[in-house]
Design a protein around this ligand. Sequence first.
Ligand code: ZN
Length: 168
Amino acid sequence: MTSRTSAADPSTASTSARADAGTRPLRDVVFRNVRPFGAREPVDLVVVDGRIGEGAAPAGADVIDGDGRIALPSLVDAHIHPDKTTWGGEWVSRKPAGSIAELAEQDAELFRSQRRPVGERAYGLMAHAVTRGTRAMRAHADVAPAYGLACVEGLAEARERLKHALDV
Ligand SMILES: [Zn+2]
């Protein structure tokens, strides 16, 4: 079990939360007693302005005790299609396609068969990825006569809802 406390003397604590590109507040954090990539000896990782650095913890930093656990970077999904997911709905099996055109038509059929909007389905999948450690993803969305901009707009909606936890 990890615990979170505040570092140093509260009288010297920093009260200014900075922002990441104006969208997300940045806090200084110390991950105490962790083993990067499974190193033998635990260390303290100090994160200032969203970057791991060296040196002492800034006053007022949040402290998370890793209890000797392994510290790994968060996950990045480099290729995902959240506009096509049926996450949270019924399982849909793909049929073999003999051509790209046939595959695209199956995608359009799947899109038309879904009762839940793209934004809701995409949010479900992307939020689940966040709970499993994904911090960033390169997401793709189809634009075609069969969809109009629904896939792009739905993906943007899900991205907005998750902007505190996920870079899309
Ligand atoms: Zn793809």
